[in-house]
Design a protein around this ligand. Structure first.
Ligand code: ADP
Ligand code: MG
Length: 286
């Protein structure tokens, strides 16, 4: 790993190459000077999030609660701040984003997709069991620990939008958040939402893995939103789907159930035959 132009992060780290960036944060390789250990350091500019510091505090609170609790969730190792920035140090995932792996591969085989989805869903179930909703599951936030070919190494990252669900059965969120393409209908309809939004996102991700393209699109964002609210998607084009079994399609359809009250929970989705089959399903050929 090249550490071109290293700069000194206050305290104990030296930063290196940039791993990724978003509107408020830049993520860089960070080397712990004393131990030589590598981390991924998310550097958040306080000026850019003015008034939104509570979101980072929520991210830290959530990570403190769940970090180290599951092998497929990134661990927060350290946290500190200066007058300008907030710094969050995670275990370094060197295998890149699932997003890039899908683009490189075109589409996943059904067996690999099922392995990957099962692993991610088990981590989602763990998060939900802890009373947390992630709210921003998408292939850009799913990282491979070291090798993009090893499905068991997939890690859920970016808890920047995640929240602790209040205990009350009736409490729900209404704010719009996440990436539009992965947003569940109930987020867009502003009718109140909770954990089922993560299962919807898993449906979108599974579709994307199997087809190499997302399920909802349109000429405009308005059309895309209308399609999501109506649950209007098709297993098309034919040539992308003709090698995909009915069981896999049924799994996608169950996660993309428009009504969140009857959408399966993460635990229920894990019991779907597509994920429990020992031998992966495949399309019968004549
Ligand atoms: P944002 O809120 O800006 O989306 P993320 O936490 O998703 O912040 O990080 C942005 C990008 O940085 C990720 O999509 C990924 O490419 C990279 N990244 C984040 N965390 C890590 C990590 N632990 N290891 C390697 N790369 C990471
Ligand atoms: Mg992100």
């Amino acid at each position: 790993m090249s550490a071109s132009q290293p700069e000194t992060v206050p305290c104990q780290y030296r930063t290196g190459e940039t791993l990724g960036s978003g509107p408020y944060a830049i993520v860089k390789v960070a080397i712990h000077i004393k131990t030589g250990q590598y981390y991924a350091c998310k550097i958040i500019n306080k000026k850019l999030i003015e008034g939104g510091e509570y979101m980072v505090r929520d991210e830290i609170a959530v990570l403190k609660q769940i970090s180290s609790g599951h092998p497929n969730i990134v661990t927060l190792y350290d946290y500190f701040e200066t007058a300008q920035n907030l710094y969050l140090c995670f275990d370094l995932c060197t295998g890149g984003e699932l997003f890039d792996t899908i683009w490189d591969r075109g589409q996943y085989t059904e067996a690999d997709a099922a392995d990957l989805v099962r692993t991610i869903l088990e981590a989602v179930k763990y998060i939900h069991d802890c009373g947390i909703v992630h709210r921003n599951l998408k292939p850009e936030n799913l990282l491979f620990r070291s090798d993009p070919e090893r499905t068991s190494e997939i890690m859920i990252a970016d808890f920047g939008m995640s929240r602790v669900m209040p205990d009350s059965k009736f409490s729900m969120f209404t704010e719009m958040c996440g990436a539009p393409s992965y947003m569940a209908p109930e987020i867009l309809k502003k009718t109140g939402y909770g954990k089922p939004v993560d299962v919807w996102a898993m449906g979108v991700i599974t579709y994307f893995l199997l087809a190499g393209d997302p399920p909802f699109d349109g000429d405009s964002q308005k059309q895309e939103i209308e399609a999501i609210i109506a649950g209007d998607y098709r297993f098309e084009p034919e040539e992308y789907w003709n090698n995909v079994s009915d069981t896999a399609r049924s799994f996608v359809s169950s996660c993309l159930t428009v009504n969140p009250d009857i959408r399966p929970t993460a635990a229920e989705a894990l019991q779907h035959p597509w994920l429990t089959a020992e031998v992966p399903h495949c399309v019968e050929k004549d």
